[in-house]
Design a protein around this ligand. Structure first.
Ligand SMILES: C[S@@+](CC[C@H](N)C(=O)[O-])C[C@H]1O[C@@H](n2cnc3c(N)ncnc32)[C@H](O)[C@@H]1O
Length: 353
């Protein structure tokens, strides 16, 4: 559903985030696109968000650099400059209000330079495409590179996003700062997060999950999963301010993605349920329908919403036993009792932060 024109959609979202963030930032703002390739992302954000008065676009070289220089030169009057630069080192002309880190593979080699170049309170965006490592297909590499135990199978990519957020949070903590995710999401071959980096005012919601006592969706992991980010992926107030840019290349898919983010942000807890996995666990002959499950959990007062991470899947503040009870009742054709809404929640994470 969300996978066509992945990069165009991803850049549309970047423009939406920069626009919403820029309206509350003090400005005039500066940005550094650390790994620019041809510069399309940075230049679109500069032109279409109006959030920046200055953009530095760097790349280490290769055939794209000639194109980068030519592309950026066209926007010199808008404050764009380009340079060949090894982005593992901070750019000399920082700090920047926004730093974007979008590598092939792991962002870890660039995080120190990103943090060193980010102004206090700045916006950092980070992509990781090393999903074989983050999402559990090569657990020894996850342990070596990210010092974490991955989750295998369908929930592996979300665990990968959370492991990445923990790595970003660790870098912040080492500089006595903390991260606040505005939007963090999973797509087919990568994960990406937009975080504000501010003063460190409380412990980061980071920890491991003991998979045998965990009350959320079942996780395939070796005893402990993580350490990973167990806090929210979204800032609900910020999501309300995101709008589809007039210049979006893919306005309808972006509108659907934003609407899905808003849906799931009401139940922004680690990991999601899928009807077919529930049916497998309960040995039901047919998976219950997602909309019926959501309706029944909400009728019990449990905040529940569809997730962007997989079509047909949902997050809930209900416990696993509640989800299973509801699914069993639906499979047996029993109406679910309606319970007046309470606070409706399992704790956002019953892990071990
Ligand atoms: C995934 S692409 C960037 C895509 C770009 N952000 C976009 O949205 O179009 C990664 C880029 O990183 C560049 N690169 C690789 N290592 C680098 C380094 N150490 N410093 C700077 N750029 C580097 C590559 O040349 C490549 O152009």
């Amino acid at each position: 559903m969300f996978y066509n024109g992945a990069m165009a959609l991803d850049r549309d979202l970047h423009i939406a985030v920069a626009t919403a963030w820029g309206t509350s930032a003090t400005g005039p703002n500066s940005a550094w696109e650390m790994l620019s390739a041809t510069g399309v992302r940075g230049l679109r954000v500069l032109r279409e968000s109006g959030a920046f008065a200055r953009l530095l676009a760097t790349d280490s070289g290769g055939p794209a650099s000639v194109v980068l220089e030519a592309n950026v030169a066209r926007y010199a009057d808008r404050g764009a400059t380009s340079r060949r630069w090894d982005a593992r080192a901070p750019a000399a002309d920082g700090p920047f209000d926004h730093v974007d880190l979008d590598p092939f593979g792991s962002p870890l080699p660039y995080l120190d330079a990103a943090f060193a170049s980010l102004a206090p309170g700045g916006l950092l965006s980070v992509t990781a495409t090393d999903m074989i490592v983050l999402a559990g297909s090569d657990a020894p590499a996850t342990r070596r590179r990210y010092h974490a135990e991955p989750v295998h199978g369908r929930l592996g990519p979300e665990a990968g996003l959370r492991i990445l957020l923990r790595a970003i949070s660790d870098h912040a903590e080492a500089r006595s700062r903390s991260v606040h995710p505005l939007v963090a999401y999973v797509r087919d071959h990568y994960v990406r997060a937009y975080v504000l980096v501010g003063p460190s005012d409380r412990p980061a919601p980071v920890g491991t999950i003991a998979t045998t006592t965990w009350e959320g969706p079942p996780l395939r992991a070796a005893g402990l999963a993580g350490p990973m980010w167990l806090g929210p992926l979204f800032d609900r107030e910020f999501l309300e301010r995101l709008q589809v840019p007039a210049t979006a290349a893919l306005p309808e898919p972006l509108a659907r993605l934003l609407s899905r983010f808003r849906d799931e942000a009401v139940a922004d807890v680690p990991f999601y349920y899928e009807p077919n996995e529930i049916a497998k666990a309960l040995r039901l002959s047919n998976p219950p329908r997602t909309d019926r499950l959501i309706e029944a959990l909400r009728a019990r007062g449990r905040l529940t919403g569809r997730t962007h991470a997989r079509d047909g899947a949902f997050r809930t503040l209900g416990t696993r036993s509640e989800v299973y009870e509801v699914a069993t009742a639906l499979a047996m054709g029993r109406p679910e009792p309606v319970v007046p809404p309470g606070n409706g929640s399992r704790t956002p994470h019953s892990g071990d932060p």
